[in-house]
Design a protein around this ligand. Structure first.
Ligand code: F6P
Length: 363
């Protein structure tokens, strides 16, 4: 059987453990040797005890846990060729040439770069006498499958990323709790949610919690948003509502590109409407705790499909991402998705909001 390794990289997300478990068990079931790489790319670079063979039981009792039991890191060393050289040496030691990378677009881009460099890295190791000359024929390339683990749902090419559903549940639960106290005191609450440069969590939480207003980075409000916001909030009050809920994505911006922070929104409301207005920043609560059934199943299905994809790959195969498309697991070209994801950011940087929103869409 083949040797494969699984690692989690970048920010963690709920459901990653389910994906790790599924990769391990599907790999073993198909007769492969499966390794964990602890601490993401850092563990691949550092080697040693970070690379450990997995067994069927080593992934028992993790499906219900948040985070990632094999650790994750944002790694600088792997961005340098010297780091990737060490990583290649460590993988060759175990004859690992199949990788399942669970992470965001940055981690998947790193995997793609690694594959591009692979033959050169192996040759360099052979020339330096660090690995036997037979290794190049034995391991001519690495096969890579990516799974997107991120609470942000910020990756083009999949309907959902692993962790998003759980993060939404955290946000909705917190917002419901805020609503009850806001009602008692007739307050306005500005709730800041995560999502870096992606407004998905804010938008969907806004819909699901009946928020009065929502700020997202991909579609900044009209330049007179201060007046429009206050008009809307006042209208809600005049209709008998005792509270206001405003959801702000952490990356929200105005049409000039300057941040719209929760504090700024609070200031606008207090100065214009004189409502008692509070800010609640949900922070990493959104990224923790046990995964929902949806994220557990998504991790299971994506992990199993990743192993099946690796089994069918040859050294020539381009890396793919396993994504969910209308409740089906599908394989899509990794770099095409990464490029589209980066194009969204570029469109936002260029203040081309129509393009940003279009690219975020499905087709
Ligand atoms: O990408 C996931 C995410 O939680 C973002 O929503 C957020 O901006 C970022 O990670 C926070 O990163 P860190 O945990 O490194 O502070």
């Amino acid at each position: 059987g083949r040797s494969m390794a699984v690692f989690t990289s970048g920010g963690d997300s709920q459901g990653m453990n389910s994906a790790v478990r599924s990769v391990v068990r599907m790999g073993l079931y198909l007769g492969c040797r499966v390794f964990f790489i602890h601490e993401g790319y850092q563990g691949m670079v550092d080697g040693g005890n970070n690379i450990i063979e997995a067994s069927w039981n080593s992934v028992s009792d993790i499906i219900q846990k948040g985070g990632t039991i094999i650790g994750s890191a944002r790694c600088k060393d792997f961005r340098e060729r010297a780091g990737r050289l060490k990583a290649a040496e460590n993988l060759l030691q175990h004859s690992i040439t199949n990788l399942v990378c669970i992470g965001g677009d940055g981690s998947l881009t790193g995997a793609n770069q690694f594959r591009k460099d692979w033959a050169g890295l192996v040759q360099e190791l052979i020339d330096a006498g660090r690995v036997p000359a037979s290794k190049l024929a034995e391991c001519p390339n690495i096969q890579i499958v990516g799974l997107v683990g991120s609470i942000d749902n910020d990756f083009c090419g999949t309907d959902m990323t692993i962790g998003t559903d759980t993060a939404l549940h955290r946000i909705i639960e917190a917002t419901d709790a805020v609503v009850s106290t806001a009602q008692s005191h007739q307050r306005a609450f500005v709730i800041e949610v995560m999502g870096r440069h992606c407004g998905y969590l804010a938008l969907v939480a806004g819909l699901a919690s009946e928020a009065d207003w929502c700020f997202i980075p991909e579609w900044p409000p009209p330049t007179n948003w201060r007046e429009l916001l206050c008009e809307k909030l006042a209208q809600m009050r005049s209709e008998g509502n005792r509270l206001n809920i405003i959801i702000v994505a952490e990356g929200a911006i105005d049409r000039d590109g300057s941040p719209i922070s929760a504090e700024l929104v609070q200031k606008v409301i207090t100065e214009t409407l004189h409502y008692d207005t509070r800010v609640t920043v949900l922070g990493h609560v959104q990224r923790g705790g046990c995964p929902t059934a949806f994220d557990r199943l998504l991790g299971c299905r994506m992990g199993a499909e990743a192993v099946l994809a690796l089994m069918e790959m040859t050294p020539e195969s381009e890396p793919c991402v396993v994504s969910i498309d209308g409740n089906q697991m599908v394989r899509v070209p990794l770099m095409q998705c990464v490029e589209r994801t980066q194009a969204v950011q570029k469109a936002m940087d260029n203040k081309d909001w129509d393009t940003a929103v279009r690219l975020r869409g499905r087709s």
